[in-house]
Ligand binder design. Structure first.
Ligand SMILES: [Fe+2]
Length: 257
C-alpha cells in the first residue's frame, strides 16, 4: 500500500505535495525549506482532521470518550498553530520586510473558517463537560462548515511562503520557522495535545523525505512519540500513524468506506 492510497490521504482534504518533493535537491534554499516545513505541519493537521471526518459517523459508544479527547487535541493543535502564526510568525515577516499588509490574505483566510472552527471547539467542550451527547452526524455537519476554507488556507499559505523569495537574504526563514515551531510546541501539553501531531506525521510520506521532521534531536522525537504519547494511548488509536510513525488504515470507517 502506498502512503497516498490510504483513505485519509485523499479526503476530505487531499494531502499537500511538498515543494521539496516537487523540486528535489539536497540543499534547498530557505524558501523551499520553510514552505516544506509548513507543508509538513499542515499535512499533520490534514491527516488529523481527515481521520476525524472519516471516522466520526462510525465511532461506537464505548469509544466516544477517547474520540472526544482526540478531537480536542486536534482542535487545540490547529488553534495553537494559527495563533502562533498571527502573534509571531506573520508579524515578524511584516516587520522585517517593512510590508504592513504582507500576510493580510492569509490572516483573512484564518477569519474565513474561524466561526465554524470555533463552533466545533465549543461543541467539543460541551461534550467534554458532559453537557452534550456525542452525535457523529452533528460532528460531520460542524466540520463541513469550515473544512473547505481550511483546505484552501492550508494550501495557499505554502505559495505565500515560496513567494517570499523576492525578499532574498533579508529574511532568515530557517531561524524564524524554528522559533515559531518551538513556541507552538511549548504551548502544547506533551501527553494530551502534542501527540496529535506526532501520530499524524507519516514518516514514509514522499518516500521518507520528511522522516527527520520535526527538526529537533531524534531522541527527543522518539521520547515524545514513543513515550509521552503512550500515556493516553487510547486517544491516538484514531490517528493515521502508529507509535512507530508508520501509516495505517483507520479502525472506524464503517462498511461503505
Ligand atoms: Fe500554517
Amino acid at each position: 500500500m502506498t502512503t497516498t492510497s490510504y483513505t485519509w490521504a485523499q479526503r476530505p482534504i487531499p494531502l499537500i505535495r511538498t515543494p521539496l518533493s516537487l523540486n528535489p535537491t539536497p540543499t534547498p534554499d530557505q524558501f523551499t525549506f520553510a514552505a516544506t516545513e509548513m507543508s509538513n505541519v499542515h499535512n499533520c493537521i490534514i491527516r488529523a482532521f481527515n481521520s476525524i471526518y472519516l471516522q466520526a459517523p462510525h465511532i461506537p459508544p464505548s469509544h466516544h470518550t477517547p474520540f472526544i479527547n482526540y478531537m480536542l487535541a486536534a482542535y487545540t493543535g490547529l488553534k495553537a498553530h494559527h495563533e502562533g502564526e498571527e502573534s509571531f510568525f506573520f508579524p515578524e515577516l511584516e516587520r522585517i520586510t517593512g510590508e504592513k499588509d504582507l500576510m493580510d490574505a492569509n490572516i483573512s483566510q484564518h477569519a474565513d473558517f474561524h466561526s465554524g472552527f470555533e463552533a466545533f471547539g465549543k461543541w467539543l467542550q460541551e461534550l467534554k463537560n458532559g453537557r452534550e451527547i456525542y452525535d457523529g452526524d452533528k460532528c460531520v455537519r460542524l466540520l463541513d462548515a469550515f473544512i473547505g476554507p481550511l483546505s484552501s488556507h492550508l494550501n495557499d499559505e505554502i505559495s505565500t511562503i515560496l513567494q517570499l523569495s523576492k525578499y532574498g537574504d533579508l529574511l532568515d526563514l530557517r531561524k524564524l520557522g524554528k522559533a515559531e515551531g518551538d513556541k507552538v510546541m511549548g504551548t502544547l501539553n506533551k501527553t494530551t495535545q502534542l501527540p496529535v501531531f506526532f501520530l499524524n506525521h507519516d514518516l514514509t510520506y514522499e518516500n521518507g523525505l520528511h522522516a527527520s521532521f520535526p527538526p529537533i534531536p531524534g531522541v527527543v522525537t522518539w521520547v515524545l512519540r514513543e513515550g509521552f504519547a503512550r500515556w493516553n494511548a487510547s486517544w491516538w488509536q484514531f490517528a493515521t500513524c502508529g507509535f512507530d510513525g508508520r501509516p495505517r488504515e483507520l479502525p472506524f470507517l464503517g462498511q461503505k468506506s
